[in-house]
Design a protein around this ligand. Structure first.
Ligand code: JB2
Length: 217
């Protein structure tokens, strides 16, 4: 894929999620000017050769119209830092890149909103809308005519059947299945491996059935 005409990128965060994003973007020949992380990132080979800054305001040395930001902070339980940083940078005039892995299969009749991140192996079918800043992680299937809200995280290997609607800040755990036509309210959580057959009407968690572990006689 050509990078002609595309702005260079600044990656916020330097952990596992950011490393996957960097890998996707480097394979698309995108220019990552800097990684912004308070942590030591030297242990991750994918960041080698990219300038590392430790303060969030180090982003401000780049003009908002000269770069695009990529938020590489994944799921930090109980933390709003990802969203707060997005809102901070957006208020300063920065924009977030929409990242779509080359190995994702996206219907030309689907809509992927600004700042969304679609990881390798994801399949997004016709008529579906993915909201701003949502993450569709590795190998996720989002079937036809779904409406995925802003700041959702759909974890690896999960399946969302047709015409499902989610509000903002919904989390769907790895390997979960959501059957068709359901609605999930703001901040609803579907646990990893759960099979959801009813809508989540409030801020609710759907737990999966747990494995029963017994000693072998
Ligand atoms: O205030 C901050 C800040 N707080 C945490 N500013 C900036 N710029 N970055 C911050 N971080 C970043 O979150 C740090 O760079 C840190 O490296 C990163 C958290 O890394 P970790 O590998 O622990 O989590 P993750 O968010 O990259 O990945 C989580 O979410 C993914 C979706 C993990 O749960 C992964 O397993 C999961 N695949």
């Amino acid at each position: 894929m050509s990078n002609a005409g595309q702005l260079p990128l600044v990656l916020i965060g330097g952990g596992g999620h950011a490393s996957v994003l960097a890998d996707i973007l480097l394979r698309q020949q995108r220019n990552i000017l800097a990684v912004i992380s308070p942590d030591d990132i030297s242990g991750r080979a994918v960041f080698r050769g990219i300038t590392h800054y430790q303060q969030d305001d180090d982003v401000l040395q780049f003009q908002p119209d000269q770069v695009r930001l990529v938020n590489g902070i994944g799921m930090i339980p109980g933390s709003d830092i990802k969203k707060l940083l997005n809102q901070y940078y957006l208020s300063l005039g920065y924009r977030f890149e929409t990242v779509i892995a080359s190995e994702a299969v996206i219907s030309p009749y689907a809509t992927i909103s600004d700042g969304a991140q679609i990881f390798p192996g994801a399949i997004i079918q016709a008529g579906t809308v993915i909201g701003q800043h949502s993450v569709i992680n590795t190998g996720v299937i989002i079937e036809h005519d779904c409406c995925i809200g802003d700041y959702n995280h759909i974890a690896p290997g999960s399946t969302v059947c047709g015409q499902v609607e989610t509000e903002t800040d919904v989390f769907v755990g790895a390997g979960a299945t959501i059957i068709q036509n359901l609605k999930l309210k703001h901040q609803a959580v579907v646990g990893a491996g759960a099979v959801l057959t009813k809508s989540l009407a409030g801020t609710e968690i759907a737990y999966p059935a747990r494995a029963v572990i017994k000693s072998i006689q």
